[in-house]
Design a protein around this ligand. Sequence first.
Ligand SMILES: [Zn+2]
Length: 470
Amino acid sequence: MNYFSTKWTKKQKGHIIPGPKEMTSREEPGFLTSPDLNILTSRGNLAIAKIAREQLKQITNIDLPVIEVDCAEDAILICRESVIPASAAEKIRIELNRLKDRGLKTEAYWLEITESAMSMAGLDASGLFYAIQSLLQLINNNKNGRVPSLKIIDWPDHSVRGVHLCLQLPHLAEERIDLDYLKRLIRWLLAAYKLNTLVLEIDASVMYERHPELSRKGALSKDELGEIVEFAKAHFIGVVPNVQSLGHQDEFLLRAYPELAEQGSNTYCPSNPKVFDIFYDVYEEMSELFIPKYFHIGHDEIDAIGKCNKCKQVPNYRIFADNINRICEFLLAKNIRSMVWSDMLLPDGFEFKDACNADKYNTAKSIDLLRRDVVICDWSYGGSKEYPSIDFFQQKGFDVLGSPWYKLENISCFSRYAKSRNVLGMLGTTWTGVTLTPQHGDRAETSNLKSRDEIVDGIVMQGEYFWKSI
Ligand SMILES: [Zn+2]
């Protein structure tokens, strides 16, 4: 079991996912894979070549040697030679120059299959990695060992192509996280379909050193979590840690400190300074572990705000904005930008009503008080062609990630609209995580989770449409 098989992948009938922007097939015999091949690469790309070797072995059971050769470019050749022929090296240089001349930049790649070699090159290391991912799908789709003769030139439409996964859900409170499964998911679902960002919701699912009372049973050790971060990085996936603050605290802060709740809700009371003593420790510890560029701090679906006597004295929108800004400034001092969910900032009147929670709790005005370096993850699950909430946040001066869920229309239309608005990128939501493992059965136990197949299908489609938005 390598690739995840879903309704969507079956429908593609052996086509590369995401579909390459430019592909020319040739009426030639193609390349025959066999155990007498070599993987040739420069010293700088040895780590990528080793992953390619592992992946190839997992697909074909053929274990090819990786040979270091003199090659200045981000390139790999799979062929019967043990040096890169001068003509092949020259061809790689010419093809890469063509990509540059067309104005293509990071992550763009070239892949060419002839009878004598399978050649891959990228404008950077990630481009080379994506050339390999396309090749591996071709090999996997042609089980007779003959890879069709063709040429591909490809590049992504969105530079951030992310997926949000949880390490924790209420019904998994004591579940041990399967590290090998998580790695399979990173390699064969996210990286294979050219997703490059993983927003990993941690909350109580790591053993905190400074606050062990917050960690749940079955939590990962920091070493294990660090291993996942490194594994993802080797697959060109940046991990964004996600620890929710303010809302959704019933399985995290409030389990250890019920007295910090805002009047019996699952939100904490932000007027209590103890909350920040704890959260600053948590954010610091996770920042040291991940060394991330972004930190997702949640803030969706607050179920109580401004209820206690202290909080009542401040308008809700100010409480909400202050809570984000305080944490945001704490993280910015470490050079980390914060991400938040959008719903508490979005007033009624937008297409997808469930994602408009600002009017419900009078938090709409907080958008004008927020620091403009906060990134808004704008979740919206309607199937509409237009997503004006993106315009709303951009006009207010924010960077936005378009965040669809699992339905084809929602993912494809949202990605297209977001591209037309030149957003920061896309972040697919799943609201699930370890439930993707088969042992949890087809349907998770909480009401808003979809079947495993729907969620996996959604991630594959996110890979497809975040790369190729039109
Ligand atoms: Zn309060």
